[in-house]
Design a protein around this ligand. Structure first.
Ligand SMILES: Nc1ncnc2c1ncn2[C@@H]1O[C@H](COP(=O)(O)OP(=O)(O)OP(=O)(O)O)[C@@H](O)[C@H]1O
Ligand SMILES: [Mg+2]
Length: 244
């Protein structure tokens, strides 16, 4: 179907022991769209996107990605789908013992076998150019600032040319100006590669820039949904509290 959402989550439930985190989450993301998920710390934002890539197993519900329900898939069927999804982790650790070039090459080789050394180098440079950090190619992660690490993390996500990118707090721990630069980078990636994105953030400037739509998670469900302007004007005090 042409207009089928690229990501569709229906009635998603997840508990860890007695801790009921997700209690019927419903959301859909269309191709090329940027969806922002807001919510207090511990509300289940990270768990939701981990369910999307099968890093956390759902208790109940349907999770369709590219039209396929991934909840019942075995790893060998799930892996090719995962390959089409980029994940920028909250604590997006690079391998500390590898240079930037080696980190990117490692990811690329794992994703696409049989690339020539020339092709690998070309793609590493393209990914670094996309994040404006070509000069960092020979640096070790320990030599990078927080903002640079985030950019390299993004380059590593981009190098596999994902159709979907899931960003878990891409600007956390950064100063206002660096955060703004990362948000702009996310937006430029969305435009250049027409990726579909889910962006989890506490940074309202990032939400405003990167979100075509915003959803707020509360008590295990999507409590509110709309674009930035709509939610900012919400009559619900709790929703508005995010925008102050
Ligand atoms: N692997 C796990 N095992 C047990 N509990 C978990 C696990 N992962 C998450 N949780 C719990 O699920 C709840 C939601 O966690 P999650 O990481 O999704 O929160 P979050 O909304 O991303 O918060 P933050 O904004 O702080 O990142 C928390 O209570 C957390 O302790
Ligand atoms: Mg989180």
């Amino acid at each position: 179907m042409k207009n089928e959402p690229i990501i569709s989550i229906k009635n998603l439930w997840k508990a860890f022991g007695k801790n009921k985190v997700l209690k019927g989450v419903n959301l859909a993301v269309n191709k090329g769209e940027g969806l922002v998920i807001l919510g207090r710390s511990g509300s289940g934002k990270s768990v939701t996107i981990k369910c999307l890539v099968g890093l956390v197993e759902a208790d109940k519900g349907e999770i369709k990605v590219f039209g396929t329900d991934i909840t019942k898939l075995k790893n060998n069927v799930l892996n090719p789908i995962r390959m089409r999804i980029g994940f920028m982790f909250q604590n997006g650790a690079l391998y500390d013992s590898m240079s930037v070039r080696q980190n990117l090459a490692f990811t690329l080789k794992h994703h696409t076998r049989d690339l020539s050394d020339e092709e690998i180098e070309k793609q590493i440079i393209e990914a670094l150019e996309n994040v404006g950090l070509k000069e960092a190619i020979d640096k070790m992660p320990a030599e990078l600032s927080g903002g640079m690490r985030k950019r390299i993390g993004l380059a590593r996500t981009l190098i596999i040319k994902p159709e979907i990118i899931l960003y878990d707090e891409p600007t956390s721990g950064l100063d206002t100006i660096t955060s703004r630069e990362i948000s702009e980078l996310i937006l430029s990636v969305q435009k250049k590669y027409k990726t579909t994105s889910i962006i989890i953030t506490h940074d309202m400037d990032c939400a405003k820039k990167t979100g075509d739509r915003i959803m707020i998670l509360k008590d295990g469900i999507i409590y509110a949904e709309g674009n930035y302007d709509e939610l900012e004007k919400s009559t619900d005090e709790w929703v508005r509290s995010f925008f102050i």
